[in-house]
Design a protein around this ligand. Structure first.
Ligand code: GRF
Length: 211
């Protein structure tokens, strides 16, 4: 029996990355999505979670005294469900350092650019506007900055010759839907380790998955 690895997912929008996690990792190798939380009650991602029988909750900043209180309440809910790892999959708000401290095994995020280039919102459009020839996807640990934490996995892809935003976005999403589940499986397998001397460097043993 693999060791149990409960994870939680934070979402704000469509939830295609959540769907990739439901399809590829949920209920396998001890990995269980124990809760999906959102800042947006209208998020299509919440329907996807419910459809898979996963508990959901909504935490809107407007319903709390401030963001710190919202983050505290969200962290409590995730902790009560036993989440060891928190995955930000299109979660469009920042979480505070106190939230991060609740999950020492990690909070990770997927971003549609090769960080540290193009952190923050509208990353896909900004890559095209800048005229890059190569874009990509990054999965990284979350720290107190914007898309600034240590990098776990990255994959590059050429910008399509047409420079069509829709085509580029589809390609980046395809990569996200492979890279994020892979990062979660690697974390569950204990194959991701931050370097003791340089906390920017993340050692990843991809052979641990035996794919
Ligand atoms: C993805 O592009 C992800 O990289 C970014 O937000 C988007 C979420 O898409 N952080 P979805 O909700 O998973 O479809």
């Amino acid at each position: 029996m693999p060791e149990s690895f409960p994870i939680a997912v934070l979402v704000s929008g469509t939830g295609t990355n959540l769907q990739a996690l439901i399809d590829q990792v949920h209920g396998r190798d001890g990995i269980e999505i124990v809760g999906v939380a959102s800042n947006n009650p209208e998020a299509r991602a919440l329907e996807r979670a419910r459809g898979a029988g996963i508990e959901t909750a909504v935490f809107r900043v407007a319903d709390y005294a401030d963001r710190a209180e919202r983050d505290r309440s969200m962290a409590d809910w995730l902790e009560q469900r036993g989440a060891k790892l928190v995955v930000l999959a299109g979660f469009m708000e920042l979480v505070n350092p106190e939230f991060l401290a609740h999950f020492p095994k990690g909070v990770i995020n997927v971003h549609p650019a090769l960080l540290p280039s193009f952190p923050g919102i509208h990353a896909i459009e900004r890559q095209l506007e800048h005229g890059v020839k190569v874009g990509g996807v990054t999965v990284h640990f979350v720290d107190e900055g914007v898309d600034s934490g240590p990098i776990i996995l990255q994959e590059a892809t050429p910008v399509p010759y047409t420079r069509d935003a829709g085509e580029f976005e589809r390609r980046l999403h395809e990569i996200e839907h492979i890279l994020l589940p892979k990062a979660v499986r690697l974390m569950a397998a204990g194959a991701v380790r931050i370097d003791k001397e340089n906390p920017r460097i993340v050692h990843v043993d991809e052979d641990a998955l035996g794919d």
